[in-house]
Ligand binder design. Structure first.
Ligand SMILES: *[C@@H]1O[C@H](CO)[C@@H](O)[C@H](O)[C@H]1NC(C)=O
Ligand SMILES: *[C@@H]1O[C@H](CO)[C@@H](O)[C@H](O)[C@H]1NC(C)=O
Length: 227
């Protein structure tokens, strides 16, 4: 009895030992390969060290032409994660910056200099739409206007507010509804419809989250306004 138990223990110990040695070699080998690979890459004649992939402003997939501003804009995720706006590599609004809110989030930018003028959010679930209307009317001509939704952007929206946003180049604003997601970049005094707009309806059939549609993300390059 004692003897059988002893043999078993020994077998287990030996197995563990070999497993440990095997793993150690594996790790060492992978590690060594990695280092040797780097060393060879550095010294191999005629071969260049692989460079880091180029990072574009705001993390865009490609760089913008010289006389353009880069932007990336993300809508909120349900009522949990707020929207995010990046312009020329500066995060203008985000949950981390703590300057976002339920409803419609807005960042205004000088279309010539690219400098941010201000950021605000308007609660369209329980807020006062007249504040939004006053704000929209006061936007200076030539401003770039970035807008992103969070949670519910539409319950308090009325015809007047929708028309003022349509004047900035929006198409989707006319049918923006309860808990829809929407991201938009337009301009005050713009004569055309903006190409920078995405809209997804809140619909039980297609929603990603229970009660909310999926997050929208949009990036692009805005031509600078000439002096
Ligand atoms: C060693 O590298 C190979 C190939 O990438 C991998 O499959 C294996 O899991 C690695 N082993 C260890 C111990 O990391
Ligand atoms: C939003 O507007 C664009 C045109 O700018 C249109 O192509 C698109 O179908 C609209 N989306 C929704 C969901 O209304």
């Amino acid at each position: 009895m004692m003897r059988a138990g002893g043999v078993l223990k020994l077998t287990v110990l030996v197995s563990i030992f070999f497993l440990a040695v095997f793993l150690a070699f594996e790790l060492l080998e992978n590690h060594t390969n990695l280092n040797m690979g780097k060393v060879f890459a550095r010294y191999a004649p005629g071969e260049t060290v692989p460079t880091r992939p180029l990072r574009h402003k705001c993390g865009l997939s490609k760089s913008c032409p010289e006389d353009h501003f880069a932007f990336k804009i993300t809508s909120g995720a349900a009522s949990v994660v707020g929207p995010k706006m990046c312009f020329q590599d500066n995060v203008l609004m985000s949950g981390v910056k703590n300057n976002i809110g339920r409803g419609i989030n807005i960042a205004l930018i000088n279309g010539k200099t690219g400098e941010m003028t201000k950021t605000d959010s308007f609660d369209m679930w329980s807020g006062d739409v007249t504040l939004l209307i006053k704000y929209l009317k006061e936007i200076e001509d030539g401003s770039i206007v970035m807008m992103a939704t969070f949670d519910d952007p539409a319950t308090k929206l009325n015809e007047e507010a929708r028309n003022l946003i349509a004047d900035l180049g929006s198409t989707n604003i006319s049918i923006l509804g309860f808990r829809d997601n929407w991201v938009f970049v337009g301009g005050k005094g713009i004569k055309t419809k903006s190409p920078f707009e995405q809209h997804i309806k809140n619909s039980a059939d297609t929603n990603k989250y229970e009660g909310w549609p999926e997050v929208l993300e949009m990036e692009g390059c805005i031509p600078m306004k000439r002096e």
